[in-house]
Design a protein around this ligand. Structure first.
Ligand SMILES: Cc1ncc(COP(=O)(O)O)c(C=O)c1O
Length: 374
């Protein structure tokens, strides 16, 4: 038998041989502008790759709230929520997340990834037909695997395929990103609500990237759970789900990624609470308007801050990313296995923290390096 260390070394060589080797690069930055450590040296860059869509990681009220929570409760929460890890700030954030989403209740998880695992491993269980969009996020795919329901993957955004899959089912779940993380396009949420209501299916919506929409009709009447993250628009770390009381109570008592893990840190939680308050204020409206303007500058009318520039060939995407980096613009190339072969792309992520000048530089650089706007 090959020893483990040899097996792992061989696997690494295979990944590298396929040109898919990846490693973290440190970006010394507070906001989009910073210094990137790569093979050659430190280089100043403007990043177009983060999920800090409104720039709230740097907002003074958000940072101050984290400081205050550290001073009041210390660095860690020390236990799971159901033991002694729950602080008033967790409950306060859950109350305000529920109000924001127009739901009865909310429940925090350590990350958005864990929120999807928690919801799906608890509800998409054996005997349940689970319909999942083919471009759903990895955390949804893994949640479906953990749940061990009867998972059917449907063609991207295909509501009639969902309708067919739901025919004659007893208990069923439909799960989708509302903004798809590699394509930046949006799910047909209204149609999915209708089809789920008709078949009495539970609709699970992952709104991790839904800063500019789509909106969800909370008065629709279908059973809906809305998963979100504190780690993107809300500038902190953590995840959550909102829904009606019985669903949330059930998750509190059955969702293993909630029960058997330490409560989110008070500082992360307080930061997210402060960020949520900014988001729901007129300042939040202004930040969203700025983000909308930046998106329209690069891809008029595009529904989200994630703009893919599909170039096809892996080498073309890598070359385009390298050419932009030479100009100090950090736009990652996304390649298989993250996306399907032949659809390698630049993935541009915009933020309200970018200046108009930075976005103009990006638009110009895209024209000159890949010869097209997004
Ligand atoms: C669609 C989607 N869902 C869930 C997650 C996980 O969120 P978190 O980073 O909070 O774990 C991500 C993060 O990349 C995502 O893109």
């Amino acid at each position: 038998m090959t020893p483990w260390s040899q097996w792992v070394t061989d696997q690494c060589a295979r990944i590298a041989g396929a040109g898919q080797w990846r490693r973290p690069r440190d970006l010394d930055a507070a906001g989009p502008t910073g210094s990137l450590a790569d093979d050659r040296a430190e280089r100043p860059v403007v990043s177009f790759a983060s999920n800090d869509y409104l720039g709230l990681t740097q907002h003074p009220a958000v940072v101050a709230a984290a400081h205050a929570a550290l001073d009041r409760w210390g660095a860690g929460s020390g236990a799971a929520r159901l033991i002694v890890g729950s602080r008033p700030v967790h409950t306060q954030l859950e109350t305000e997340l529920a109000a924001w989403k127009g739901s009865e209740r909310a429940l925090l998880f350590p990350t958005g990834f864990a929120a999807n695992l928690g919801v799906l491993s608890t509800l998409a269980t054996p005997g349940v037909r689970v319909c999942s969009d083919e471009l759903n996020h990895a955390s949804i795919i893994d949640g479906c695997r953990l749940g061990r329901g009867d998972v059917r993957v449907y063609r991207h955004r295909d509501v009639s395929a969902v309708d067919e899959l739901l025919q004659g089912t007893e208990r069923s779940v439909v799960v989708t990103d509302t903004v798809f993380s590699m394509d930046g396009d949006v799910a047909p949420v209204d149609d999915l609500l209708d089809v789920c209501a008709r078949h009495h299916a539970l609709l699970v919506l992952d709104e991790a990237h839904a800063v500019l929409g789509p909106t969800v009709d909370v008065a629709h009447g279908a059973d809906v759970l809305r998963v979100g993250t504190l780690s993107k628009t809300l500038g902190s770390l953590g995840g959550f789900v909102t829904g009606s009381s019985p669903f949330i109570e059930f998750l509190v008592n059955r969702a293993r990624p909630f029960i058997f893990t330490t409560a989110p840190t008070p500082a992360d939680t307080a930061a997210a609470l402060a960020a949520l308050r900014v988001l729901r204020s007129t300042e939040g409206d202004a930040l969203c308007a700025t983000l909308r303007r930046h998106v329209d500058r690069i891809a008029p009318g595009h529904p989200s801050p994630i703009i893919p520039l599909v170039l096809g060939d892996e080498r073309r995407a890598l070359a385009a990313s390298a050419a932009l980096l030479e100009r100090g613009l950090l736009v990652p190339a996304i390649r298989p296995p993250t996306v399907a072969p032949g659809t390698s792309r630049l993935r541009i992520a915009l933020s309200a923290a970018h200046t108009d000048h930075q976005v103009a530089l990006l638009a110009e650089a895209l024209q000159e390096t890949v010869g097209q706007a997004a």
